[in-house]
Design a protein around this ligand. Structure first.
Ligand code: ADP
Ligand code: ZN
Length: 210
């Protein structure tokens, strides 16, 4: 099963991608995570991407398309995959089509802008294991410390209030048109993000079974 998760930053794509990954045993592929990993390791690609990520703008299409092409060619993606954070522009979606990859479903997780803004600015992440938390909605057991690996939690630069609004604008301008793109192809399923993660997960699972 080849899936795409669509939605604004902070709509919960990453969390739902993990749930689908557990249930269907297919890898979750997050371009954001791949790029942040490259940044941490100081690779050429990471250096190229840094200024865009920090500013909340999109990394150029050719860079991310290259990343995805390589990643989807790997062995573990041959039985299926969940794309989280790709495609984010129409040219990226077209590139995916041109790779000869057939997408089964596109799940669009809808969340209101003001909810998104609250979620992103309260988000804290563990740079060591990638776990995410929230100051109000998903507190770690010990303040500021990762439950899984005890590392210190930090705020992503692009989760700062000033940048969040820019990311939302970028989403509406460049990514949201993908809804129409996949609706025309009859692939789009809309799921409304619920307050509780499990409730959204149930809706996502149901959408996958239909
Ligand atoms: P979120 O979904 O929380 O915004 P991601 O981790 O998916 O965050 O992405 C963080 C940043 O990485 C984006 O703001 C962008 O700069 C870059 N990025 C990730 N995926 C893509 C993509 N498909 N195209 C362009 N830039 C991307
Ligand atoms: Zn951790």
């Amino acid at each position: 099963m080849n899936l795409i998760l669509l939605g604004a930053p902070g709509a919960g794509k990453g969390t739902q991608a993990e749930k689908i990954c557990e249930k269907y045993k297919i890898p979750a592929v997050s371009t954001g995570n791949i790029i942040r990993e490259a940044l941490k390791n100081g690779t050429d690609m990471g250096l190229k991407a840094k200024s865009y990520i920090d500013a909340g703008t999109l990394v150029p299409d050719d860079v991310v398309i290259g990343i995805i092409k390589e990643r989807l060619a790997e062995e573990d993606c041959q039985k299926g995959f969940i794309l989280d954070g790709f495609p984010r522009t129409i040219p990226q979606a077209e590139a995916l089509d041109n790779m000869g990859i057939v997408i089964d479903k596109v799940i669009d997780i809808e969340v209101e802008d003001d909810t998104i803004a609250k979620r992103l600015s309260g988000r804290r992440v563990c740079l060591n294991c990638g776990a995410t938390y929230h100051l109000e909605y998903k507190k770690p057991e010990k303040d500021g410390i990762c439950d899984i690996c005890q590392n210190e939690l930090v705020q992503r630069k692009d989760d700062k209030a000033e940048t969040v609004l820019d990311r939302l604008n970028v989403y509406h301008e460049q990514t949201e048109p993908l809804k129409g793109y996949y609706e025309k192809k009859k692939k789009l399923v809309v799921v409304y993000g619920q307050e509780k993660v499990e409730d959204t997960t149930n809706l996502v699972f149901k959408a996958l079974e239909d």
